[in-house]
Ligand binder design. Structure first.
Ligand code: ADP
Length: 247
């Protein structure tokens, strides 16, 4: 009798988790469509259509906040995909410098108030990864760096190899994370106490999930003299052989 009760309980938890995933996924989809329309309209107005400076500021505000909301929805969607276990990785050989370039271009607006520096080791090896997922992971780290540091401070992105691993670092010069909270930052929905509203606490847990799906690890260190430093380690595999050129 006891066992049966346990099984029914377990089934109930599983069902309610599945239900949560489904609700999360469908709500995110429903939010996305109108938001894409808002972003499109705001971008259209942001051109030379309006000249009044106050109206221009308002449009910028709409754009800024819609982009933020877009990020929240992206995180919710990816979280529901990642936790449902139904996500199939689309692994392809990728160049890390391409990945960094795409992320910086896509998020140029929220990054324009910071000084972004990229340092790449020459002749970096290729990495087999799901480009879209990794783009999301790296964007979360870089946008956090911007969000949690003062304008005009430096954000440094570095990629290099170390002991058969590819190392990808994102450093900022913000307030950093007090040592007593570091242990929890990669947990789902966790936000450091006192953090300004405007986030879900999902970003870093998604990054960790994505990195681990690629058999990698992520660590947090304090940046010296000030700020945060996130380091991703990805195992390097034997490089693909190039097709032999025929004479
Ligand atoms: P969110 O940014 O939506 O709150 P995250 O999972 O991305 O969620 O981050 C969790 C918490 O870790 C944040 O609320 C913030 O307190 C802290 N954090 C993340 N990145 C940084 C950073 N670069 N500098 C300082 N604090 C950070």
């Amino acid at each position: 009798h006891f066992l049966r009760k346990r099984i029914i309980e377990a089934q109930r938890v599983e069902d309610s988790e599945k239900l949560q995933q489904t609700i999360l996924a469908s709500i995110s989809h429903e939010l996305r469509t109108p938001l894409t329309a808002i972003l499109g309209s705001a971008a259209a107005l942001d051109s030379d259509l309006i000249s009044n400076p106050l109206a221009k500021d308002i449009v910028k505000d709409i754009e800024f906040n819609s982009e933020r909301l877009n990020r929240v929805i992206e995180n919710l969607l990816d979280m529901s995909r990642l936790s449902s276990g139904s996500l199939a990785l689309n692994l392809e050989w990728q160049d890390i410098s391409d990945l960094i370039g795409v992320v910086l271009k896509k998020h140029a607006k929220p990054l324009q108030s910071h000084r972004v520096e990229v340092g790449l080791q020459s002749e970096l090896p290729l990495v087999r990864m799901d480009f879209r997922l990794f783009e999301h992971a790296l964007a979360n780290l870089i946008l956090n760096a911007a969000q949690y540091s003062q304008p005009d401070t430096k954000i440094i992105i570095r990629a290099y190899t170390h002991e058969k691993q590819l190392v990808l670092e994102v450093k900022d010069h913000g307030a950093g994370i007090p040592v007593e909270f570091i242990g929890q930052i990669f947990e789902k929905f966790y936000r450091v106490p006192g953090t300004l509203p405007g986030g879900t606490g999902l970003g870093l847990s998604i990054v960790k999930n994505i990195v681990e799906l690629h058999r990698g690890t992520i660590l947090y260190h304090k940046n010296e003299p000030q700020g945060s430093r996130f380091i991703i380690y990805l195992p390097l595999e034997p490089q693909p052989t190039l097709p032999i050129e025929e004479n």
